[in-house]
Design a protein around this ligand. Structure first.
Ligand code: NAD
Length: 497
């Protein structure tokens, strides 16, 4: 069957954003990139171009870093802004996002292939809440007095902003990740050069304009859309950048850590995952199936913490696989702006080929491939897919697929499953479904992951730190931990006569 996806009607505000000429946002102004280059931005649901965006080069990055350095000068306006006022500015940025929530949600659907309801309720809402949460922090960043064992001196610590932050973000949560990176950095008093993904640059550029209107001084937030190996790399290698905060793949994160080491630039890495999710035999199966399917099929599996390895006790394995198959077959694919759509596209053709290749190889290696509902030929869709009968050592059970593909693996006892679940190079999230408090405690202790869910999946909150163990990265986004990552500690020694 051939299914096609029509271009949906787009609001005039969003159409106007998409029609803007390719630009960077530097020192409070939208300007043509010095590189003179542009890239097409595609709608993943149709595969057709939405418009073009700047493909910033090293000269654009250098200009943005210079603006951020000037704006972050200790005698400059941002550092002299009182903590109360800094909090107010952050609050107003959160409010500005909410005031344009409908348009931002539409923009995220078009750029990233999201579903409108989720884009509004999760991406846009969380971005705003991140600013609202961190708006409360500038007034609570405190040092301490230190009881040193020297007579005649007084020692105290104070917290300084780390300086110029280079933020590099992935395409799967364009606006949300702006909130995760920018809000704590600005609360700490840092200035920022943001390089959004070349696939999804529109919301970050708009946010920078709104932040200026909300009272953020020019140069405090600069946005340079462009490719990773040009603009991203120039940002990582720039000696004027004090910290890189990165969200993306483990391969690129590793490269960034290596390059940043040259200038000892501080680095926080939020990377990939292959999160284990365990259904114990005493679990509430209705909740476990709903939560597990929701976790993997939401945003077509393109979430870093996707529960893509599902361990199911052998006694309920076949029943769970059958129920998951039914969910996969029932998901309605389509354009995210159509309110009835339940499965959106992958972000681009390359990603669709990668996911299809994983499924093909799993089948060749002996896994049983259960393919869900047909998907459109337009755009970059991949059907929701369940793989059963796989082994732990197969690529589909080890590697991040980043698509709507769930590998289901049976287990027999608790020690065995905890060992197998933990035998991963990643450690971003893990989950378990059980009615036993004892099993829940044992498992949460045993699983090495930055987030562990018990009888639920996928919630995040600005107050709760988020990040990875092992190859899922280091450092944390969100919560007080993220703020700490944008601060340096200074010990001040005062000698008394
Ligand atoms: P990616 O690593 O390809 O790209 C991420 C960003 O890095 C983009 O802005 C890209 O332009 C830039 N980049 C690419 N090469 C670069 C280089 N050499 N130097 C500097 N920057 C470079 O990742 P993606 O495909 O955009 O996103 C998907 C990945 O992100 C997945 O692995 C997913 O798990 C991960 N992710 C992690 C989290 C988390 O919080 N842990 C959240 C979302 C996504």
């Amino acid at each position: 069957m051939t299914l096609s996806v029509a271009d949906p009607p787009v609001s005039s505000a969003v159409a106007a954003r998409l029609a803007l000429p390719p630009h960077v946002f530097v020192d409070g102004r939208a300007e043509q990139p010095l590189s003179g280059d542009a890239l097409p931005v595609l709608d993943p649901a149709t595969g057709r171009a939405l418009g073009t965006a700047a493909d910033a080069g090293p000269a654009d990055v250098a200009r943005a870093v210079a603006a951020a350095s000037r704006a972050g000068d200790p005698a400059g306006q941002w550092r002299r802004t009182t903590p109360i006022e800094r909090g107010r500015v952050l609050h107003r940025i959160g409010d500005a996002i909410l005031a344009r929530a409908a348009e931002f949600a539409e923009l995220e659907v078009l750029d990233a292939g999201k579903l409108l309801g989720a884009a509004r309720a999760i991406d846009v809402d969380f971005a705003a809440r991140a600013f609202h949460y961190y708006a409360g922090w500038p007034t609570k960043i405190v040092g301490s007095t230190v009881p040193v064992s020297h007579p005649g001196v007084h020692v105290r610590t104070e917290k300084d902003p780390v300086g110029v932050v280079g933020a590099i973000t992935a395409w799967n949560f364009p606006l949300l990740l702006c909130g995760w990176k920018l809000a704590p950095a600005l609360a700490a008093g840092c200035t920022v050069v943001l390089k959004p993904s070349e696939e999804t640059p529109h919301s970050a550029l708009w946010l920078a304009e709104l932040a200026l209107e909300a009272g953020l001084p020019p140069g405090v937030l600069n946005v340079v859309p462009g490719r990773g190996d040009t603009a991203g790399r120039a940002l990582v290698e720039h000696p004027g950048v004090d910290k890189i905060s990165f969200t993306g793949s483990t391969a690129v994160g590793t490269d960034i850590a290596r390059r940043a080491a040259h200038h000892l630039t501080r680095v926080t890495l939020e990377l990939g995952g292959k999160s284990a999710n365990i259904v114990f035999p005493d679990a509430d199966l209705d909740a476990a199936v709903e939560g597990s399917a929701g976790g993997i099929f939401w945003h077509a599996g393109q979430t870093c913490s996707a529960p893509s390895r599902l361990f199911v006790h052998r006694s309920v394995h076949d029943e769970v696989v059958e129920r998951l198959r039914a969910v996969a077959s029932g998901l309605r694919p389509g354009h995210g702006l159509d309110a009835t759509t339940e499965l959106g596209p992958l972000v681009n053709a390359r990603q669709r080929e990668r996911v299809a290749g994983h499924v093909r190889r799993a089948g060749e290696q002996g896994a049983v491939v259960h393919v869900g509902a047909d998907v459109p030929d337009d755009g970059f869709f991949h059907p929701a897919t369940i793989l059963s009968g796989a082994r732990d050592d197969m690529a589909c059970a080890r590697e991040e697929i980043f698509g709507p593909v769930l590998t289901v693996l049976p287990f027999d006892d608790t020690d065995e499953v905890l060992r197998r679940a933990d035998a991963s190079e990643y450690g971003l999230a893990a989950g378990l479904w059980t009615r036993s408090v004892d099993t829940a405690h044992r498992a949460t202790k045993a699983l090495r992951a930055g987030t562990v869910y018990v009888n639920g999946w996928g919630l995040t909150d600005p107050a709760a730190p988020f990040g990875g163990f092992r190859h899922s990265g280091y450092g944390r986004d969100l919560g007080p931990d993220a703020l700490e990552g944008y601060l340096e500690t200074k010990s001040v020694w005062t000698f008394h006569a």
